[in-house]
Write a protein that binds this ligand. Structure first.
Ligand code: NDP
Length: 340
């Protein structure tokens, strides 16, 4: 079996985080329901990812696949493929659990579902606090972060951080926390370079982890009218050809060379391997300059149904989506779902 050797970046607490991880969000269908039917494929995909050399898995309470992830990791440990300490597991606390005391409850429930004693990194998934009924709870994210600091102290996580925090929120958090966050997981890709936010995080020792590293480049994610580059963009194709790589590999390599970890998701084995095969070539200055021209601030992930809630981190749009999809508020516990 082919293998990849994925390098690591160092977090501000000395821990190593693999520079490329495996994302586990199955996505929503046309009815805005989680594509839970893909969970068996995900189980196979994660097993394959670990077999070929992935050691970093990104999940979340919201994703409803913590039991599946835990099961696969356990199986790979039993098979002697990895040890728990070789793996870097990230999970996240959802918006319903933003009161300081609830953070620990959420993390303990994630650990139970994962059947693990600790996670390597736990993130506040969003800066907003919204109840299952869609009520704006207006809890300061500084309070939620204190809950994460307590979780760290208790050893339930080896590192703590945030996700979807904008520059202003990051600065306020860094100025008011005891433990500087180890990471901010945000959307970064060729359209959304996030220069200012990335520079600030890196200057404070906060690792940037890129979700949606392909942005609107790949089919299925692109809204109509989304900007270039698409997967057949001639400029990126030429760069890819020059290095004997694919356009998606160029996109991931570009993030790596910026010191950003990324967590692409694929259920296809050949892509799982392809996405991690980016550590044997180097983009030169001219390539990087050409790629930077696509950075136009275009965001692929715009959850505008949250935009009137306190601490929404992005710019508001003129015609927001109405109503939070139910699948982002409540989910069924039980067989093959996210058991409590
Ligand atoms: P990605 O940018 O990883 O894109 C996933 C899509 O790209 C899938 O449709 C996949 O299809 C396709 N794809 C994967 N590899 C290739 C390839 N080599 N060539 C062509 N197409 C490819 O988006 P995600 O939204 O999944 O983001 C990645 C991860 O980031 C998530 O899984 C999740 O863990 C995390 N995330 C975090 C968020 C947060 O708020 N913190 C928000 C969104 C994501 P296929 O499966 O068929 O290969």
């Amino acid at each position: 079996m082919a293998k990849v050797n994925i390098p690591t970046f160092k977090l501000n607490n000395g821990l190593e985080i693999p520079a490329l991880g495996y994302g586990t969000w199955l996505g929503l269908d046309e009815k805005a329901e989680l594509k839970m039917q893909d969970a068996p494929k995900l189980v196979e995909a994660v097993a394959y990812a670990i077999d070929v050399g992935y050691r970093h898995i990104d999940t979340a309470h919201l994703y409803r696949v913590e039991p599946e992830i835990g099961h696969v990791v356990k199986q790979k440990i039993a098979e002697g493929v990895v040890r728990r300490e070789d793996m870097f597991i990230t999970t996240k606390v959802w918006q319903h659990y933003h009161r300081e005391a609830d953070v620990e409850k959420s993390v303990r429930a994630s650990l139970k579902r994962l059947d693990m004693e600790y996670v390597d990194l736990v993130l506040m998934h969003w800066p907003m606090s919204i109840s299952q009924d869609g009520v704006d709870e207006k809890i300061d994210y500084l309070e939620t972060y204190r809950g994460l600091e307590a979780v760290l102290e208790k050893g339930l996580a080896k590192a703590i951080g945030v996700s979807n925090f904008n520059l202003e929120q990051m600065k306020r958090l860094v100025a008011n926390c005891r433990v500087v966050p180890a990471a901010n997981q945000i959307e970064v890709n060729l359209n959304l370079g996030q220069r200012e936010l990335v520079d600030y995080c890196q200057s404070e020792g906060v690792m940037v982890v890129a979700f949606m590293p392909f942005g609107s480049m790949v089919a299925g994610q692109a809204a109509p009218g989304s900007p270039e580059p698409k997967i057949d963009n001639p400029t990126v194709v030429a760069i890819a050809k020059k290095h004997g790589k694919t356009v998606t590999q160029v996109a991931l390599r570009n993030l790596y060379q910026r010191g950003i970890a990324s967590i692409p998701k694929s259920l296809m084995k050949y892509r799982i391997l392809e996405n991690a095969s980016i550590f044997d070539f180097e983009l030169d200055e001219a390539d990087v300059a050409k790629l930077a021209q696509f950075d136009n601030g275009y965001r692929t992930n715009v959850p505008s149904f949250w935009q009137e809630y306190s601490n929404y981190p992005f710019e508001k749009v003129a015609d927001p989506m109405r109503g939070i999809p139910l699948s982002l508020r409540e989910w069924k516990n039980g067989a093959n779902q996210d058991i409590d």
